[in-house]
Design a protein around this ligand. Structure first.
Ligand code: CAA
Length: 264
């Protein structure tokens, strides 16, 4: 698929079922213009629709940024009534999260600020390069996070750190982000993409329906009580026991061979 502000590549390495999506406005530090966000929704919808693709990686082009936020130049002259009447960010925020049920990883190279941090936190998990910097600096612009940052950051790293970051606008470096559980791990910048693609290929090699189910149940932990979440988990587990991949997975274990997955 061809886009103006992002690139989209299926089977990024060796027919591996991994889609690589790259934010591609390096001169603007991959700022999230409305075109970028529309194209991202299209790319994720294409990923979801393609049965050969099982896991995606989202990253930024250039060495400086994953994304330095929503496009300030685009927002600076926009009348307040338009933000309200368009329900600004609602479409992109909710569509992006719902565009795919399949797993995807954010590979954060450099700045992930404002909408960039919020976009990374929409991923199932984040792998960061050693020069990654996370922040919600919207307060410096006289506004506040608008794509879920105040909620997802607080759930990820707790109230004190999230509150301090939103109120001061300070950036959090990669090591601190790992200690705070915002990211899975930190790798040297040069190794980031290879690490993320390898992790995605590992996920792509798992039974695909079970991958979707595992994602769904972990996400349920953020939406409901412990008791409700445990019921959802049990029901999804029980449903999976009826799948062809469950029969294959257990037979493969007993026969000491690799499973061959059907995704059903
Ligand atoms: N929107 C539009 N353009 C941006 C941008 C953004 N969010 N961030 C950077 N750019 C542009 C700069 O304007 C500059 O363009 P020009 O060369 O045409 O002037 C180019 O990218 C390079 O940026 P800098 O020269 O500023 O690079 P730097 O290395 O000196 O600083 C930075 C890097 C600290 C990340 C700085 O660019 C910066 O502070 N960016 C803005 C960060 C920010 O406030 N993000 C939040 C946006 S609001 C938001 O996201 C709302 C929400 O909740 C969704």
């Amino acid at each position: 698929m061809t886009f103006e502000t992002i690139t989209h590549e299926t089977n990024a390495q060796d027919n591996d079922g991994v889609t690589l999506i790259t934010l591609n406005r390096p001169k603007a530090l991959n700022a999230l213009s409305s075109v970028v966000l529309e194209e991202l929704i299209e790319a994720f919808a294409a990923f979801e629709a393609d049965d050969t693709q099982k896991c995606a990686v989202l990253t930024g082009s250039g060495e400086k940024a994953f994304a330095a936020g929503a496009d300030i130049k685009e927002m600076s002259d926009k009348p307040a009534a338009d933000f309200y009447l368009d329900d600004f960010f609602s479409k992109w925020t909710s569509h992006l999260v719902k565009a795919t049920r399949k797993p995807w990883i954010a590979a954060v190279n450099g700045f992930a600020l404002g909408g960039g941090c919020e976009l990374a936190m929409m991923a199932d998990f984040i792998i960061a390069s050693d020069n990654a910097k996370f922040g919600q600096p919207e307060i410096n612009l006289g506004v506040a996070p608008g794509m879920g940052g105040s909620q997802r950051l607080t759930r990820a790293i707790g109230k004190s750190k999230a509150m301090e970051m939103c109120l001061t606008g300070r950036m959090m470096g990669a090591e601190e982000a790992e200690r705070a559980n915002l990211v899975v791990r930190v790798v040297p910048q040069a190794d980031l993409l290879a690490d993320a693609l390898k992790t995605a290929a590992t996920i792509a090699g798992k039974p695909p329906m079970a991958a979707i189910a595992n994602k769904e149940m972990v996400n349920a932990a953020f939406e409901m009580t412990l008791e409700q979440g445990i019921i959802i988990e049990r029901r999804i587990f029980q449903i999976l026991t009826a799948s062809e991949d469950k029969a294959e997975g257990m037979a493969a274990f007993i026969e000491k061979r690799e499973g061959q997955w059907k995704g059903r």
